[in-house]
Design a protein around this ligand. Structure first.
Ligand SMILES: *[C@@H]1O[C@H](CO)[C@@H](O)[C@H](O)[C@H]1NC(C)=O
Ligand SMILES: *[C@@H]1O[C@H](CO)[C@@H](O)[C@H](O)[C@H]1NC(C)=O
Length: 261
């Protein structure tokens, strides 16, 4: 286990963000990755407040049955909530992760007009900023690590990441996996993207990892609507650096991560 300091940026829209700490090890599907909250706020007694309750309740109720869904507030068609679980995982993991994400949202983004949280196995976002169905390849969080590898490792990484891009557009789910030699990779899109938009997002994510992770033997990057990770077989997590990113505002994140290989 290593304690690290990382940094992330959030969408201009989700600009107040922050903080975290991952939980314990043992396949920690609910470990925190990042969160962002809008600066706009709503009143506790408003119709908007009941709309937020309604969409987040629908999100929580749907998670045991599907890896992705979106919901619109009954009273306000501009207020939308959605979630996306890693679609290769069982429904029980999805529903537990989403419950935990909603708890994080209410503690981190209380009364914010919009908010998003990414945990290891799920993503939840709500807001009235018209994000549904829109592609978004802004880099929100990125880190590289592991014990430094060599050129052979880089070639395997590139090939494992290439397999994600080449993977046939998955049927409802957006999860892709790839591997080459000792290196594994996976990616996940948010279900509101078309197959083409998902492929474009995964391509952008893998380019970020190739360009920004040097000889690192593990890396992950989270864009607005997809993420990708690679790691060396049997090797675990991230012992080294986090990468800073540059547009919008930067927020300090303190991340504790473990080797849950
Ligand atoms: C979103 O909702 C917040 C809170 O009610 C409000 O202040 C803001 O103007 C809304 N934004 C849009 C784009 O409707
Ligand atoms: C949002 O949810 C509705 C109702 O389930 C569904 O028909 C629609 O395709 C979804 N839209 C997107 C962009 O995911």
């Amino acid at each position: 286990m290593a304690t690290r300091v990382a940094a992330a940026t959030l969408l201009p829209v989700l600009s107040l963000l922050l903080l975290l700490r991952a939980g314990t090890c043992a396949d920690d599907y609910s470990a925190f990755v990042y969160a962002g909250c809008s600066q706009g706020r709503y009143d506790a007694a408003s119709q908007y407040a009941s709309g937020v309750d309604s969409v987040l309740t629908s999100v929580a109720n749907s998670a045991p049955y599907a890896p992705y869904a979106n919901f619109t507030a009954p009273s306000d068609s501009s207020l939308v909530g959605l979630y996306q679980c890693r679609s290769d995982l069982p429904a029980s993991v999805c529903s537990g992760c989403v419950r935990s994400a909603i708890n994080r949202l209410s503690s981190l983004c209380g009364w914010a007009a919009g908010g998003a949280v990414q945990l290891r196995a799920c993503f939840v976002r709500y807001g009235n900023d018209s994000f549904l169905g829109k592609t978004d390849t802004a880099v929100l969080f990125k880190k590289c690590g592991g014990t430094p590898g060599d050129a052979g490792g880089v070639a395997m990484r590139d090939s494992a990441l290439g397999a994600l891009v080449a993977a046939a557009a998955p049927e409802g789910g957006g999860y892709r996996a790839g591997g080459s030699g000792a290196v594994q990779a996976m990616s996940q899109c948010v279900g509101d993207l078309s197959a083409k938009a998902c492929s474009d997002c995964v391509t952008a994510a893998t380019s970020q990892l190739k360009a920004g992770c040097g000889y690192a033997t593990a890396g992950e990057v989270y864009l607005g609507k997809c993420y990708a990770r690679f790691w060396a077989n049997g090797g675990g997590g991230f012992s080294s650096s986090a990468v800073r990113h540059g547009f919008g505002r930067v927020f300090a994140l303190v991340l504790k991560e473990c080797n849950c290989a």
